[in-house]
Structures are given as structure tokens and as C-alpha cells.
Design a protein around this ligand. Structure first.
Ligand code: PMP
Length: 404
């Protein structure tokens, strides 16, 4: 059984009050809450274990190095890949920048980079910059009128257009919709296109088995997976990863340095210049252990039950328009009430202790497509329950009364 009461007790922030109301946290797509074990690990590191990694022979440094590398192994196991295929960064944004910059010398003028129309800005802007630098061209995969990605249509497009790189999200942060990646990745393989999957939203909810997805790169943010902020990383298929140009240079990533030239380590070391987020990586081990201690099917079933309960009640409210796919969804619901501005609704909900996000969610192309300034987004995670939904729906009805 998925013991939701026990799980909620592990997340201290869920006991907070906001505006003198018990907090209902529906903003996990922006950042997830952290279990006590992660918080304790951060404090333990700074209180008892703090030392730099990779460059000391003393006990504290060797322990820190071992624990830092241990998390890499845990995460590699989580994704079913090898630990030398995992690079630490400060988040999905830096991971995509690292990949885009690293591919620069493999691109020629006229090469195409294909993106979907529902990407987060973090999976658009670095590719636009890369295109400007190299003379490549960004092209947009076909999108259906309801903003869903039809993988067959995308595959046909990839086969015809022959892009060199395809960058696509595993799940949309704004809509929550899950992409059916298999046909898209097969189409990429058939034309030797490099596939980059933005897993920032999906990595926690879907526990992706990367050999099955079979993409070349998969990026993630630890803070959306119960881990600390300022940390994330990427998986890269080793040969391709190792062939990327280095992104940042300096200490740690080198093999030898003279005053005229330097040589670099192999991946992943050559992509980790400078002192990393040691405390964050070490504490992230507790987040991964927490996730893997839960039965995946039970967790997904619970998440889906709460999501379906929320979406059914939302859909029953007159004047509410829902933009998200109602079945194949990680747990993010984007909606609006009539033509009220999403900020107004989110502010009213906050007064009832309900934390939702409002705005364009770093997906301005989605908002242009819909012809709206933004949406209200309620996003759910494994620690939400039906009581959260009841409070949210009541608060929403009360807010609507105030707006009307
Ligand atoms: N991609 C998606 C789909 C996201 O939701 C986010 C975070 N909102 C990012 C990329 C960027 O992640 P970060 O801000 O942690 O670098």
C-alpha cells in the first residue's frame, strides 16, 4: 500500500501555514518539496563532513569524494545507465546549454535543429543561440491544435526534414502532457539525428528507463526530484558525450596544464570544471533513495488518482477551461477561468493557503498559440492527497465568487 500519511509526514514543509491557512502546495512542477532525509543530509554535510572533493588526500576529502561519486552511481542506477554517462550541472538549463555548446563544432551552416512548440524556454533559447553561432536553422516539429504532440506526425516530419538534432520534452511543464517518445527517437536513429530529451518534469514522475527510451541525451533538475536546488545534470550516450566540446574550463576538468596548452579528462570529468555543488550532490542521494524506496507502480497510481480527482472536479466548474491532456499527464493542470487574468486567480488562491503558479511558465510560444497571457497551473506530486484537492477546489470556487 502507498502510505500517503507516512509520506506526508516526511515532508516538513507540508505542515506550514501560509496567510494563516494550512498550506496546500500545488507547485511541484516549479520545485518539489524535500523530505527530511535530504534536509538532514545537507545539515550533516556542513556540520560534520564538509571538505572539497577530488583534490585531497585527507580523510574528510576522501569521504566527500566517495559520497559525491556514490550519488552519481545511485542516479545512474535510477536511470539504468552507466555512472560515467552522468554529468552534474546546476540544473536542466545548464545541462541543455552544455549540450548545445558542446555540439557547436559538429554543426554546419544549413543544418537543422528541430524543437517542439511546447518546449520550456530552456529547451528553445540555447538552440536558437547555437543556430546563430553556426549558421544552423531551428525548425519546429508539427503540433496538433490542442497542443498535443502526435508522435507519428513528428516522426514523418523528422524523416522528411532530416534535422541533425531533435530536442524535445518528455513532459510539458505547462501542460503536464507526456510525450510518446518511442516513434520520435526511432525516427531520429533512422537518420542519425542526435536526440536530446528534456526530462526536467518527467524524471521524478516517470522514473525513466533510459536504455528503453534510447535517446542520446536526457537532462534533469534535482530540485524537481525531491533534491536540493542548484543541482541537476544530464545523461549522455558515452561516445557522443565524450565527443562534445568542453563547455566550461578551469580546475578539476583538466589532465595536464602548461602555460601554453592544456589537455582534458574524459567525460564526465571534463564537463565538471571548478568546485561542484558537493553538499547538494551528497544530499541528493537521499532523494534518490527516497524515490526508489517507493513502489513505482503504486506511486504512479496514487499520483494519477489524485490528478484525475482534481481534473474531474475542475472540469465540472462552469467557465473553467483546461488546456492539459486529461489522461496522459504527469500531474500538471493548466487552466483559466473565463477571461480573468491568471495572476488574479493565483493571488486569491494564495489567500486561502493554496500555492499554484500563474503566468507563461517559461513557455511563451504555448501562450501565443492559445492567444492568452498565461494560465493558472496546479501541479501535483507524490505527497499530495485528495484533501489537498478538496481544499483547492473549495478555494477556487470561493475565489471565483469574489471575481464574479
Ligand atoms: N525544462 C523544463 C520542462 C522545466 O520545467 C524546467 C524548469 N521549470 C527547465 C527545463 C529548467 O530547469 P531549471 O530551471 O531547473 O534549470
Amino acid at each position: 500500500m502507498f502510505d500517503i500519511a507516512k509520506i506526508r509526514a516526511d515532508f516538513p514543509l507540508l505542515n506550514e501555514t501560509v496567510n494563516e491557512q494550512p498550506l496546500v502546495y500545488l507547485d511541484s512542477a516549479a520545485t518539489s518539496q524535500k523530505p527530511q532525509a535530504v534536509i538532514d543530509a545537507l545539515a550533516r554535510f556542513y556540520s560534520h563532513e564538509n571538505a572539497n572533493v577530488h583534490r585531497g588526500r585527507h580523510t574528510l576529502s576522501e569521504n566527500a569524494t566517495r559520497n559525491y561519486e556514490h550519488t552519481r552511481t545511485l542516479l545512474a542506477d535510477y536511470f539504468s545507465v552507466k555512472s560515467n554517462e552522468i554529468v552534474w550541472t546546476k540544473g536542466a538549463t545548464e545541462s541543455i546549454n552544455l549540450i548545445a555548446n558542446g555540439l557547436a563544432s559538429q554543426l554546419n551552416p544549413g543544418d537543422k535543429i528541430a524543437l517542439s512548440a511546447i518546449e520550456h524556454h530552456a529547451n528553445i533559447v540555447p538552440w536558437q543561440q547555437l543556430a546563430q553561432r553556426t549558421g544552423a536553422q531551428v525548425i519546429i516539429l508539427p503540433i496538433e491544435s490542442d497542443l498535443s504532440i502526435n508522435s507519428e506526425h513528428c516522426s514523418e516530419f523528422i524523416t522528411q526534414q532530416k534535422p541533425k538534432i531533435v530536442a524535445i520534452t518528455h513532459a510539458s511543464n505547462t501542460l503536464g502532457n507526456i510525450t510518446d517518445l518511442a516513434p520520435i527517437i526511432s525516427a531520429c536513429k533512422a537518420i542519425n539525428a542526435i536526440s536530446v530529451v528534456d526530462g526536467a518534469q518527467a524524471a521524478m514522475h516517470l522514473r525513466p528507463h533510459l536504455p528503453e527510451i534510447s535517446c542520446d541525451f536526457y537532462v534533469f533538475s534535482a530540485h524537481k526530484m525531491l533534491g536540493p536546488t542548484g543541482l541537476g545534470g544530464l545523461y549522455g550516450r558515452y561516445e557522443l558525450l565524450n565527443s562534445l566540446d568542453v563547455y566550461q574550463t578551469g580546475g578539476e576538468m583538466i589532465e595536464t596544464v602548461s602555460l601554453t596548452q592544456s589537455t582534458f579528462r574524459d567525460a564526465p570529468g571534463k564537463f565538471e570544471a571548478g568546485t561542484p555543488n558537493i553538499a547538494g550532490v551528497i544530499a541528493f542521494a537521499e532523494a534518490i533513495n527516497y524515490l526508489t524506496s517507493l513502489d513505482f507502480q503504486q506511486m504512479r497510481q496514487h499520483e494519477h488518482t489524485v490528478f484525475a480527482y482534481a481534473i474531474n472536479q475542475l472540469a465540472a466548474i462552469d467557465g473553467i477551461q483546461i488546456y492539459s491532456n486529461q489522461e496522459c499527464n504527469i500531474g500538471n493542470i493548466s487552466f483559466n477561468y473565463k477571461d480573468e487574468h491568471p495572476f488574479d486567480l493565483a493571488t486569491l488562491l494564495d489567500g486561502f493557503g493554496v500555492a499554484v503558479r500563474s503566468g507563461h511558465h517559461c513557455t511563451q510560444p504555448i501562450m501565443s498559440h492559445l492567444g492568452i497571457p498565461g494560465t493558472v497551473r496546479a501541479s501535483f506530486a507524490l505527497y499530495n492527497n485528495k484533501d489537498d484537492v478538496d481544499t483547492f477546489i473549495n478555494a477556487l470556487k470561493n475565489s471565483i465568487e469574489l471575481l464574479d
